[in-house]
Structure formats: C-alpha cells, structure tokens
Write a protein that binds this ligand. Sequence first.
Ligand code: PLP
Length: 282
Amino acid sequence: MTKMIFNDQIMERENIVDIEDRAYQFGDGIYEVIGVYGGKPFLLDEHMERLQRSAKEIQLSLPYTMEQLRRNLVQLVKTNELDEGIIYMQVSRGVSSREHYFPGNSITPVTIAYTRAEERMSATEDAGATAVLVEDIRWLRCDIKTLNLLPNTLAKQKAVENNAIEAILHRGDTVTEASASNVFIVKEGELFTHPANNYILNGITRRKVIQLCESLGIQVHEEAFTVKTLLQADEVFVTATKSDIIPILKIDNQSIGQESPGKITRKIIQSFRSAIRELEKS
Ligand SMILES: *Cc1c(COP(=O)(O)O)cnc(C)c1O
C-alpha cells in the first residue's frame, strides 16, 4: 500500500475525511497535480508557486512554507518508489461547524497528498484524439485551481459519452480552454492560445509549451480566438500535466487540418519529450 501525506506527516493511506471538512462540503480548497518522470517531479517549483497563488486568491494561508511542502512531496515520491505517475495534492480551508463564511483563525487548513502510478500517454500523443465543444458555464475566476470542478466534470463526461478525449470550452463565440487542459491552435505556422486571465487556468504545461516555442522559433500569440477559427485551424492540440500534449484531429465530427497530428504539433511534442528526458537524466 502506498503512503500519503496528511498535514506534515507521511503516513499509511487511510480514509480520514472529516464530514465537516470544508473541502467536502463547499469545495473550499485548492489543489495541484504534478507529473513524475523517472522518480522526479516535473516543474515542481512552478506548481508550488501556483498553489501559493491559488491560496492567496481564496484568502487561505498555507500552514507550511513552500520549502517544507516541496521537501515532503519529494520524500513521498521516494517513499512510494514512484517512477512514473502523478502527485495529487490539495489544501482545504479546514474542519469547522458548517457555515458558509470563513470560520476565522481557529481553523487549520488540511493538507493531503498521495501518488498514483500512471503510464505515459505517448501512443495518444502520436496518434491524436478527438474533442467535443461544450459551453463554458464556469464562474469568472477560472484562474484559481480550486476543488470546485462540477462544471469541468460535466463537460468531461460529455466528451467521454462521445468517445472524445476532451471537451473544448467556449464562452459564446470565444474558445477559452478545455475541461482539464489548455487549448492551442496553429494557423499558418504560428500558435494562438487564450491569454492567461480570469477565464482560464494558466497551465504549467501551457507555460512550458510557450517557453519551448521561444527556443524553437515558433511565434505564440496569447490572444483569444473564436470557435470558427478553431474549426478552421491547421492544427489543434491540448496541454495538461501528464497527458502532456495531445493533438486534436476532430472536433464535433469536423476534421481539423489533415486529420493527422500536424508538423508544428509534432515538433513541440518532440521538444517536450526532450525536456522530460533531461529531467530523468538529471
Ligand atoms: C489543471 C488544469 C489545466 C492544466 O494545467 P497543467 O498545470 O498544465 O496541468 C488546464 N485547465 C484546467 C481547468 C485545469 O484545472
């Protein structure tokens, strides 16, 4: 049995949810999913910084320093002998008698983390997948990685019911992101993706792709685009931790480009894979 983190302890994995944990009742908390390759967490500092930002945005003060959290997560991966997979980590506001308002200073946030072994999705990355379009019905603070994921789960369920890998979200005419990943399109050799504002979650994979494109000499525009532009794109791909970069070949039964992973997308996938190989060798 693998171990878990409960607050600042590594312990046996067990069911310890309190019925009045605010994560359970209100989704009042934040989380991160961190990829692990060759026993090493990928872009851990970036994930820790985003966690800190999410915490600040919901006025939750993290009970541990970033350094402590970081050390515990690295130790958890070692203890669980995880080679390839993910760390799931969440911090809830804590346990208190159920009231909507914040309970004040008496409450201590509850931190949990566990690991899960997962294979890489290389085959899907090479073959591509399909997506569906779903209206983005989320609130106006999508930049916070909160535990409130009901609209995201409804969207993903619709994708699965249509044998698709993702639900691409749009607010009216504007494409925002996908249910659990960010969306990029390629138009005449250049990339477009929605700007990192309150309408999307600024993915760590998204940021890594933008950074890699700089060294590849591929121009990236952080600009919103319409559903029509999406459907007429030369290439489309989605990015997220662990699934990395998935080419999208069909959206709502409409073919994208040549219906096979495009040249630019493949170039970026290769570059992303070498960044992972570097981590594994380090
Ligand atoms: C986590 C998440 C992503 C992807 O972020 P990564 O840091 O790349 O894993 C994109 N969209 C939503 C809504 C998310 O929750």
